[in-house]
Write a protein that binds this ligand. Structure first.
Ligand SMILES: *Cc1c(COP(=O)(O)O)cnc(C)c1O
Length: 390
């Protein structure tokens, strides 16, 4: 580890498995469920972990190792484990670290399925969650009890792209001796590295911008080596491992993450600027627009503003729906972070099960539209939005 670390883009491309005798340029896919041992002694030493090596692909596989190594370098993490989906990463991380009686303090606006874990499942195991309002960070400390073990947040949030100050969360976690976990999915390791601010663990749904091409599902947790060890042992027994093939895809995707995300952000900034000046739009939220309430925090901790733009169409839930029905080129889909621009209307879809009051608590108004800005030419994206707003 004495060698100086290379730049982000270089690590994303040049971190790779040792070449085989074929001297392949790009890493091969190791589609194998298990690995063989030289002899009984090799097998014994491998199982007791005196030797670090691949045994069985539920534990580790060369392709998942390459993917994990890259994300660790990008996030400045010591260690990590890769999962079949982002939700497998979220669930396994909590399940590995918590026991009955523990308490979570979380930002209220979290990904829908994460919210479902907190509300519908963890209470069955006597694990309660207290939510804080992301726009009122001064209330966080009052949520902490003597049983609190984890402080959890996403930034930017989904779908309202609110921002929370990572430095502040890092300070609170340190003061109260909590494990700080950040879901860094919307920012990607290219735009923001929460470990710098004191996060102990960082989670990604690799399904989004990391794959970036709408092909595979994946997830990963990286961070403090002792915590990752707990998560690894839990996961090697419970089986949420990422498949070698998907790991290979995701590792290749990381080679282009920086250029893709640069372009996503450039397009998103232009789309946000267009919407901000439109008469049929009530408001626009984008982290790098000066009008964003947490603009200064976004500028401090993010390299660029990300690819998600939230805005409100005039006229409530009906005009939100009408706007979606008038979209011609952009996709109506549940994914985000794809090369294709995706438009969603959370009030009538992803968050329709919440009451209007609950939606408002997480800044989802009836007319809110979320755009995951893609890599088509920005003029074509804007043209599509413009005709639909008419
Ligand atoms: C999509 C998403 C997840 C879940 O990831 P999957 O790969 O769909 O399981 C978790 N957190 C955030 C912020 C997401 O956007």
């Amino acid at each position: 580890m004495s060698e100086k670390r290379k730049q982000f883009e270089t690590e994303a491309i040049r971190t790779q498995l040792k070449r085989t005798d074929f001297l392949e340029h790009t890493s091969p896919i190791y589609l194998t469920s298990s690995f063989v041992f030289e002899d009984a002694e090799d097998m014994r030493a491998s199982f007791t972990e005196e030797k670090e090596r691949n045994i069985y692909s539920r534990f580790s596989n060369p392709n998942t190792t390459e993917f994990v190594d890259k994300i660790c370098k990008m996030e400045g993490a010591e260690s990590g484990y890769a999962f079949a989906t982002g939700m497998a990463a979220v669930f396994s991380t909590f399940a590995a670290l918590l026991k009955s009686g523990n308490h979570i303090v979380s930002a209220r606006s979290v990904f829908g399925s994460t919210h479902a874990l907190f509300v519908n499942y963890f209470p069955k195991w006597n694990i309660e969650t207290t939510y804080f309002d992301i726009t009122k960070p001064e209330t966080i400390e009052s949520c902490i009890t003597e049983n609190t073990k984890i402080l959890y947040a996403e930034t930017p949030t989904n779908p309202a792209v609110d921002i929370i100050d990572l430095e502040l969360l890092g300070d609170i976690a340190k003061k109260h001796n909590l494990i700080l976990i950040i879901d860094n999915c919307f920012a990607t390791p290219y735009l923001q590295q929460p470990i710098k601010y004191g996060a102990h663990l960082v989670i990604h749904s690799a399904t989004k911008l990391i794959d970036g091409q709408g092909r595979v599902l994946g997830g990963i947790t990286v961070g403090n080596a002792d915590l990752i060890r707990e998560i690894y042992l839990f996961s090697r027994n419970t089986g949420p491992a990422l498949s070698p093939f998907n790991a290979w895809i995701l590792s290749k995707s990381l080679e282009t993450l920086a250029v893709r995300v640069d372009k996503h952000c450039e397009n998103a900034f232009k789309v946000a600027g267009f919407l901000e000046g439109h008469p049929n739009v009530n408001w626009v939220k984008y982290p790098f627009l000066k009008s964003h309430p947490q603009y200064d925090v976004a500028k401090k901790q993010m390299k660029l503003g990300g690819n998600i733009v939230a805005f409100e169409v005039n006229g409530g839930i009906e005009s939100g729906r009408k706007f979606l029905n008038s979209i011609k080129m952009c996709s109506l889909s549940a994914n985000l972070g794809d090369t294709r621009t995706i438009v969603t209307h959370p009030a009538s879809t992803t968050h329709s099960k919440l009451s209007e009051a609950d939606r408002l608590e997480v800044s989802i108004t009836d007319g809110l539209v979320r755009i995951s800005v893609g890599l088509e030419h920005v003029d074509d994206i804007i043209k599509d939005l413009e005709q639909a707003l008419k």
